[in-house]
Write a protein that binds this ligand. Structure first.
Ligand code: VG1
Ligand code: CO
Length: 542
């Protein structure tokens, strides 16, 4: 039976960079999930009888939330839901399933790289029929609805057995519990030269893939170990755990430190890789060589034609604004456009749908292509494996050759986490207020050439997105970007992105923190980070 339940709005159900993210306890409040899901459904039209894809990254509260979404989808009139077995679907796999089965959309339960567990974070994201995150006009409609919602509709049917594949029903709606890996693995097989990668592994190539006890484990085991023949044990932390083993499932040098240390040691395998909570991020490290995500995007763009799915070349590249300009140099050489978008994968969707871009990336360990409409951690790893299988060089050599050809964009991001929100807001307000007077100012020997607050005009639908980060450009081509995170759940996170281009190969072997030392100092003092936030140093440096 379908019940209509009276409710009152919650404050703050505003989707951020990637969906609604809050502490688990917030989501556990009675009606909280229901209000948000009903707000999503109320913002959509013409889905009667259509298919909705549902899956999550396996974190604490995943199963409970999925049962609620299923009951509400039945009440809303969807004809069918496709749910990953065990409630599992990585974010890129969900995107793949939505596209392949021409679903109306999908609900992804994840807070991505944020910590999980009972006291960690939870999140809900709506993806549209192209498989990508809902664009801003949709998330704005959802938020507007959440502020006036008065009732929601839900079936009182018992829980669905999520662990047994096959078909059941809730009210008139079909529930299809699917293998979470199958469709995705098939797509990867169509894009990459699996035979060449098998040869690479059988020739003694070694690898460690750290799934960080998050969602990618089952995907990586099936594809890298079982299909491609990597040695058993190549995938570590391969079991998705509700609390990610107590770790922060964020593949970077801080949170995947064990992997990074191994790759810098004498026991290093040829390749190290890691993925995040929901499987859309990736980190690539060769023996003795960490590849920044910005460089990885550029190298993938320059070598994509080596993979069968991209053999005719790429049509364009897109990168988020704070991502380094390394990809722009590749685009220039290839004679294609490099689009610069605001942070967040939702801004790539139109470019991919319109065929303007083939490969996309963000400095935050996100890379992907037009094969789905999300960033895709395992895809990036398989792309690297394909490139390595064809070029038969080490990661370090490929990177060094790339820099020798294009120059090196020294790059780092400094994050100040859980800063007092008012202080962080005031810092940004002050920077924005000074935009007009900064040009011409000399700081520590560098002259500021121009400064702005990044705005994006979508070339496909003409929508305009403003206030996407303060950019300060210097006369030597260096750049500092300041923006506040839209994925945190406690206080504010100030992100400071630093970049300096170095054309001279003789100066390509510096530690980025050394190469950027002067700029780092300017970045600290220009908005008086210490005075305003009390922080002497960033919490996370990547
Ligand atoms: C961060 C990253 C951004 C990424 C987003 C979602 O957002 O900077 O590049 O798209 O996370 O990634 P923010 O607003 O905190 O800077 V995931 O893997 O958390 O969905
Ligand atoms: Co993620």
């Amino acid at each position: 039976m379908i019940r209509v339940v009276a409710t009152t709005p919650f404050d703050g159900q505003k989707p951020g960079t990637s969906g609604l993210r809050k502490k688990v306890q917030v989501f556990q409040q009675p009606h909280y999930v229901e209000n948000f899901i009903q707000s999503v459904f109320d913002s959509l039209q013409d889905f009667e009888g259509e298919t909705l894809v549902i899956g999550g990254d396996g974190r604490y509260y995943n199963r409970e939330a999925i049962q609620t979404v299923i009951r509400m989808a039945a009440a809303a009139g969807f004809g069918r839901v496709m749910v990953g077995r065990g409630g599992i679907l990585s974010t890129p796999a969900a995107s793949c399933v939505i596209r392949k089965h021409e679903a109306f959309g999908g609900i992804i339960l994840s807070a991505s790289h944020n910590p999980g567990g009972e006291h960690g974070d939870f999140g809900i994201k709506y993806n549209i029929g192209n498989g990508g995150p809902a664009p801003e006009h949709v998330t704005e409609a959802i938020f507007a609805r959440s502020r006036e919602i008065r009732e929601y509709r839900i079936s009182d049917a018992p829980d669905v057995d999520l662990d047994t594949p096959g078909l059941t029903r809730v009210e008139d709606m079909v529930v299809d519990v699917i293998d979470p890996v199958e469709d995705y693995a098939e797509l990867m097989g169509a894009l990459f030269d699996f035979d060449a990668i098998r040869d690479l592994f059988s020739s003694g190539f070694t690898m460690r893939f750290d799934a960080m006890s998050a969602v990618t484990g089952p995907y990586a085991r099936a594809i890298i170990e079982e299909t491609l023949g990597a040695a058993p044990g190549t995938v570590v932390h391969g079991e998705p755990l509700p609390d990610f083993g107590g770790h922060h499932p964020d593949p970077n040098l801080v949170h995947a430190k064990d992997l990074a240390d191994l790759l810098m040691s004498d026991q290093a395998p040829d390749l190290g890789a890691a993925s995040d909570g929901d499987g859309d991020r990736n980190m690539i490290i060769g023996r003795g060589r960490f590849v920044t995500p910005s460089d990885s995007l550029a190298i993938i763009a320059a070598n994509a034609h080596l993979a069968p799915g991209y053999k005719d070349g790429i049509k364009g590249i897109a990168r988020s604004m704070p991502t380094s300009g390394a990809a722009d140099r590749v685009a220039e050489k290839l004679g294609i456009t490099c689009y610069e978008t605001p942070t967040g994968w939702k801004f790539f969707g139109n470019l991919l749908d319109a065929g303007l871009a083939t490969v996309c990336g963000e400095e935050s360990f996100g890379t992907g292509s037009n094969h789905v409409r999300e960033k895709d951690g395992l895809w990036a790893v398989l792309m690297w494996l394909n490139i390595l299988a064809v070029r038969r060089q080490s990661v370090a050599d490929i990177v060094a050759e790339h820099w020798a050809t294009y120059g090196r964009n020294y790059y780092t991001r400094h994050d100040y986490e859980e800063v007092d929100s008012a202080a962080a807001d005031a810092l940004m307000v002050d920077l924005r207020r000074r935009l007009d007077v900064l040009p011409g100012t000399v700081v520590n020997g560098l002259t500021i050439e121009r400064a702005d607050d990044f705005a994006y005009d979508d070339p496909v639908d003409g929508s305009v997105t403003t206030r996407q980060g303060v950019r300060v450009f210097f006369d030597d081509g260096s750049r500092i970007v300041y923006r506040l995170s839209g994925t945190g759940t406690a206080g504010a996170t100030l992100r400071v992105y630093l970049e300096h281009f170095e054309p001279d190969p003789a100066r390509h072997d510096l530690d980025p923190q050394d190469a950027l030392a002067g700029l780092i100092e300017i970045a600290r003092t220009l908005p008086d980070i210490e005075g305003r936030t009390g922080r002497r140093a960033p919490d996370v440096i990547t």
